[in-house]
Design a protein around this ligand. Sequence first.
Ligand code: HEM
Length: 445
Amino acid sequence: MSVENEAMETLVPMYMTACTAWTKYILLVLVLTVCALFKLRRGSKISKRGEILVDRLPGPTALPILGNSLDLRVENEGSLYHERRKLLNPGYGISLIRKSIPNINQHSAMLVKTYLKFAESGENVNTYPIMTKAAIRLVWDSLFGKKIADDAPDVSNYINAMFTSSYYHTNRVFKPWLRPDFIFNMTAGSKLAMDGIHFVNDFAKRSVDERRIYWEKKKTFSRRSVEDVSKSSEESENVKGDDWECTLITFWNNKRKDYFQEKDVLCEFSVFTIGGYETTSIALTNALYLLATYPEHQKKVVEELDSIFGEGFDPSTFQVTMNQVKEMKHLDLYDGRVIPAGVQLFVFMYWIHRDPKYFPDPEAFIPERFSKESDFYREKAYSYIPFSVLPRSCIGQSYAMVSLKIFLAYLLKAYEWTAVTPRDQLKMSFQYSSHPKNSIFEAET
Ligand code: HEM
């Protein structure tokens, strides 16, 4: 006899003695429905092995039937999302990276130039705002062919709009009384957040229209199918110029209008922009901050860079190739985790990455624990998931790693970095991502 049936047999007689015939009937139906739903929920989506794996995963207790749905209200976008992701995936592998290398080099060189005035004057510098601008310009340029000057108002307006809306939305998580929409909508923060979202949406519309007009003039995108683009990306490393605006070509491809309608194109423009720049600039700032705080590690990385590129740094000739990126072992990260199908999880990365069970002395900067030779890498690698895992994980993961390594190679070859803010005074702002607030540095030539 199954556990559910046993439960039913003991429950039903207990309640029946006190009830009228009519309520007995309702109760019986209710109990049977609950049991059937409980069995259905456990049985239909997840295998027995899956259930065991789920139970081992850390996280809030799931209620029978409701699971964690009261904690999270996640909309199921269904197969449309998967179909779109399938179409986009081929454009975000090694082909995009190879074609983006000159772009990433160019943006890294511009970043080095931005820091020169601080290095020459000895003035301290708060790096995060600078990294944010560099990262957003790289994403627009590489993924959408949109070149935009560092001091163009759109750059800082976009970053401010995102910062403001992310700030006020995340604020609701910490202030439960703001969670009901009718209360939040009455606050000044709600208006500022909406203004930010409108700016981001208007910007997507302007940018996509601008590229559409450009492509319509060239008349090339309409002749190429998604399959052609993916094939040519895999076969050739030499697809030059705007031909490799994979994301937008995929969006606009005539055969795929069913998957990418106007609103979807605009939405993906924003998802790629936000997913690409915030994360990259935060990772870049934090990596540089840790290297600047621990000079012995900075020295190790610079020694490795010297062994790859030779000593010294000449900005007019310095260029990083894909093979050289692979040689930069000290600047590598690792990720990965297996979760059974059919499960909805809220992954709180900040705490997972600070769990002493997996990261002894979690606040200590020990980059060696991520090396392939370490015990951590062999035994506990699934506790480190900065790019998330499974189909909904970061599509730009490889691209991000390459761009981070090239940015850092330039910055570390060009300057010696010293952190001015001590670690115990470092502040973070928890928003969609956790932003560094006061990572102040000194850069020396
Ligand atoms: C260090 C840099 C980066 C980190 C740590 C990072 C991390 C992540 C994570 C954790 C997710 C999953 C979010 C979720 O659970 O829904 C994600 C999704 C995503 N990322 Fe990244 N990301 C980085 C860089 C990039 C870059 C450079 C791009 C653009 C090429 C990008 C594009 C995206 C997109 C489009 C998604 C949504 C994927 C989907 O829902 O199918 N990311 N990223």
